[in-house]
Design a protein around this ligand. Structure first.
Ligand SMILES: Cc1cc2nc3c(=O)[nH]c(=O)nc-3n(C[C@H](O)[C@H](O)[C@H](O)COP(=O)(O)O)c2cc1C
Length: 97
């Protein structure tokens, strides 16, 4: 599934590719017009936690928006009110030879 999470080669090879999905069925207390921005902020906060964890554990990570959301949603079998927002790769920094 990793290769579906991004267009960049490293997504295929990295140990982990996270995919952030907004599930709007769980946001019924949020006005409809604000759900996407709230979900984006939440995804950003989580991604930052992953960045901080990675740097403090000698790992490399990068958030990715250059992704095929429809292909990922299809592969994950997501419903229409679940939206793929971003992906994030976690792995080891490539050593420059
Ligand atoms: C919303 C967002 C989307 C990004 N999407 C991609 C991406 O698809 N592929 C990629 O290689 N880097 C992506 N990046 C990482 C940026 O290229 C990187 O953050 C920027 O070059 C600054 O580098 P730094 O984060 O190491 O300081 C994205 C960054 C943000 C904030």
């Amino acid at each position: 599934m990793r290769r579906i999470t991004g267009y960049q080669d490293f997504a295929d090879e990295a140990p982990l590719d996270l995919v952030y999905v907004a599930d709007y069925t769980r946001m019924h207390l949020v006005p409809t017009g604000q759900r996407e921005s709230y979900a984006a902020v939440a995804a950003g906060a989580i991604a930052k936690n992953v960045y901080l964890f990675a740097v403090s554990n000698g790992l490399a990570t990068v958030i990715r928006a250059w992704i095929n959301c429809a292909a990922i949603a299809d592969a994950l079998g997501l419903a229409h009110n679940q939206q793929v927002l971003l992906s994030q790769t976690v792995g080891y920094a490539r050593t420059m030879t």
